[in-house]
Write a protein that binds this ligand. Structure first.
Ligand code: BGC
Length: 759
């Protein structure tokens, strides 16, 4: 239906019908208006499978949903660093939605992993906004290619579960733009999600649902978003103000109370009816975009999609440690130990919980291998060692050539709704790993968790495989990696710190009452650990392979450029081992010298390449202004400072293999406002301005001292360094007291002249 026709439809609706359209008809549907042929439209969670509830609805994963296919959660899919794969996963999900009559799937969830403790980290992608936004964009692309909408969530600065419905994220402007908005920005601009879900929390004192600045100015005016904004379930606080701010659809609704409020506000003149019309238009545009493009031939083939889930899982598993223990061979006697070998923890709790149509455990996948034995090892309902299970496990390990322990975080350790209190695994599992490793030198740990854990036993085991929450087909994927049928190719989309206390948000995470200050600013994840030169357990971007890769021939197409130019970067990657493999090539940019406080380097692009043994491929990246920029609060925009930048190619954030330097010239001069407090050092940077100053203070005590020059005034007690610093940091008004030759009026006149120079 054309936009024109939708306008006509809205014109025929009564005020009551329009007000009702602005909230859900029930937990999962928009309102229908039968007399006008407007159908109800279904939305469903998401994001790593369909949680379509046909009967009793809820937003916590309590009631049943239809049987569906559970794909790996965001923690894992981000680790694939594979955009094409996520697009294919999206196409599969989109097709499932078409088959099930779902118009919008509620995801992806792109919130930044500010702390390893966030209960929903398992659903989120990364500590890095580029990774979050690119992986989300790839998924959105796939889903929407099937004419099904997405709802990128939870907008904005929703990085903890504690008091999630009332907490107030206090984030400075630059940090919001560089980290928290940036996670959404690329995906919204490039892939145009049909809807956006606003979060529960406040941002700098204003609820996300009520935030005109972000819902309208940023999202629509600056980023060109043209779908509808829906609330998270129950995130509406003041329906009329929310509507004015740009929140179109309230979910799940308020049993009609807020509809009445909207109609009443229009009648009283408090709310302009055109705002209601606009919200209804936006909702109907999406309702009909789906209706007009229904694929009634779509079939939800769960077994086929299970295979897709397995393919995705294969690329989400990160090999963290391998002292020549992996891959295993069929002839080795292998003891699978740990409850999760039989009952994997493959998804998280809450609104993303999928009712899986089948689950493949590692034990199922190894059923036909005669040399694989199993011992349960631990229980995960309570963190208590079961001595009998422990003894059986140690015995099984002793009798095998290799022990593979399937461990990780139980559901009650991480979930939507609450945050973790610490980064430790259950004590009983740590004890099991230590005891098994004591009798079996070839011990491998497979981890099922949605967020970093501490690994006190790291030095005692030979192999560590981070399987994240790998979806219902995870067991098959893990076995293929363990036995070398698949070469691991995932990399960590987050840092694993040595200790929780090392994390930059540690001192202020969760906050005081509702107030949550983001005191670490832009220094989230590796941006902090790098700047502080801290050791970490595993760095951002890290992951091993069964083959080796060599990098060569880094080229840049220019060494001098303007910030308006683009830079073409190429690098050759060769598979130097003897098995095929995939490598994630990471490009970081470092500003070598900057007046803004900046991270050491930032990830600006990445690519995943598949290489046969001996094969070389050239990877090409194109960088634009944004790759060199920081967000300047002086101009409320992105800005590049003139100077040298390093273009770094890395195997991880801590393993940079090739670097080239380019000089970028800024085409934007930041406006400078002179005041009587401006220091002479700052003025000296502009020769024209410095001349004016010298003129006024001619004969004064500093005027004839060239930069860094010898000073006659400098006696023995005053070094040149000190003397220069005194001048450098002297405000313009300083000489009034020291020389007695100039007055405040003179200085003010000078300030006016200096500002005139700027215009
Ligand atoms: C969650 C959303 C989810 C919604 C509907 C909320 O509690 O925060 O992510 O989409 O419920 O289930």
């Amino acid at each position: 239906m054309t936009a024109e026709k939708i306008k006509e439809l809205v014109a025929q609706m009564t005020l009551e019908e329009k007000a009702a359209m602005c909230s859900g008809a029930d937990f999962w549907h928009t309102e229908a208006v039968e007399r006008l042929g407007i159908p109800a439209s279904m939305v469903s969670d998401g994001p790593h499978g369909l949680r379509k509830q046909n009967e009793e609805g809820d937003h916590l994963g309590i009631n049943d949903s239809i049987k569906a296919v559970c794909f790996p959660a965001g923690c894992g899919t981000a680790a694939s660093f594979n955009r094409e794969l996520l697009t294919q996963m999206g196409e599969t999900l989109g097709n499932e939605c078409q088959a099930e009559g779902v118009s919008v799937i509620l995801g992806p969830a792109v919130n930044i992993k500010r702390s390893p403790l966030c209960g929903r980290n398992f659903e989120y992608y990364s500590e890095d906004p580029l990774v979050a936004s690119e992986m989300a964009g790839a998924l959105i692309h796939g889903i929407q290619s099937k004419n099904v909408g997405t709802s990128i969530k939870h907008f904005l600065a929703n990085n903890q579960e504690t008091r999630r419905m009332s907490s107030d994220s206090r984030v400075d402007e630059r940090t919001l733009h560089e980290i928290y908005l940036a996670a959404f920005e690329g995906a919204v601009k490039k892939e145009k999600p049909w809807t956006v879900m606003c979060s529960y929390n406040k941002i700098n004192g204003t609820y996300a649902a009520q935030n005109h600045q972000y819902l309208t100015e940023t999202l629509r005016d600056q980023w060109g978003f043209d779908g509808y904004v829906m609330s998270d379930w129950g995130a509406v606080n003041n329906r009329v103000e929310d509507l004015k701010a740009g929140l179109d659809l309230e979910m799940p609704g308020s049993n009609g109370a807020n509809d009445k409020m909207i109609a009443g506000a229009v009648l009283s003149g408090e709310l302009d009816e055109s705002i209601v019309d606009e919200a209804v238009e936006r909702i109907l545009n999406i309702v009909f975009r789906y209706e007009d493009n229904r694929d009634r031939s779509a079939v939800f083939d769960k077994d086929k999609d299970h295979e897709m889930a397995r393919r995705v899982a294969e690329e989400t598993i990160v090999l963290l440690k391998n002292e020549s223990v992996l891959p295993l061979s069929d002839s080795q006697k292998v003891a699978f130990i740990g409850k999760y070998a039989k009952k994997p923890r493959y998804q998280g709790g809450g609104s993303s919980h999928i009712n899986s149509h089948k689950i493949t455990s590692a034990l199922d996948a190894a059923a036909e291998m005669k040399n694989v034995t199993y011992a349960q090892g631990f229980e995960d309902v309570e963190d208590k060692t079961d001595e009998k299970l422990l003894a059986e496990a140690v015995e099984a390990a002793r009798n095998a050539d290799v022990a593979v322990i399937f461990a990780g975080l139980p559901d009650k350790f991480e979930s939507e709704g609450f945050d973790r209190k610490h980064m430790a695994m259950p004590d009983c599992q740590n004890e099991l790993i230590e005891k098994v490793a004591a009798v079996q030198p070839n011990t491998v740990v497979v981890l099922h968790n949605g967020s970093p854990v501490e690994m006190p036993w790291i030095g005692q085991v030979k192999g560590i495989v981070e399987a994240y929450l790998g979806g219902q087909a995870v067991g098959g994927a893990v076995c293929d990696i363990l036995f070398g049928k698949v070469n691991p190719s995932a990399k960590l989309p987050e840092t694993f710190p040595l200790r929780l206390e090392d994390n930059p948000s540690y001192l202020s995470y969760i906050g005081e009452g509702d107030m949550v200050e983001y005191r670490e600013g832009i220094f989230v994840g590796y941006r902090y650990y790098d700047k502080k030169k801290m050791d970490v357990l595993f760095p951002f971007g890290y992951g091993l392979s069964y083959t080796t890769f060599a990098y060569s021939n880094l080229t840049v197409d220019k060494e001098q450029m303007k910030d308006t130019d683009t830079l073409r970067v190429t690098v050759d990657v060769t598979n130097t081992g003897d098995v095929a493999g995939k490598e994630v090539v990471q490009l970081y940019v470092a500003d070598r010298e900057s007046t803004a406080i900046r991270p050491v380097k930032e990830l600006r692009d990445f690519a995943k390449v598949e290489l046969a043994p001996g094969e070389t491929k050239t990877v090409t990246f194109t960088l634009d202004q944004r790759a060199f920029a920081y967000y300047s609060v002086r101009i409320h925009d992105w800005h590049v400072e003139t100077g040298a930048f390093d273009i770094m190619i890395g195997k991880s954030s801590r393993d940079i293999v090739l670097t080239k330097t380019v000089t970028v010239e800024s085409t934007v001069k930041l406006p400078f406002v002179y005041t009587t407090d401006t220091t002479l050092g700052d003025i000296r940077k502009d020769p024209g301005a410095w001349e004016l100053v010298n003129e006024l203070f001619k004969g004064g005590f500093f005027s004839d001292q060239p930069e860094g020059g010898e000073s006659e005034a400098a006696g023995e007690a005053i070094s040149d360094e000190m003397n220069n610093a005194m001048i450098e940091y002297l405000p313009l008004r300083g000489p009034i007291s020291f020389t007695g030759k100039v007055t405040m009026a003179d200085v003010q006149a000078l300030v006016d002249k200096l500002n005139a120079l700027e215009e």
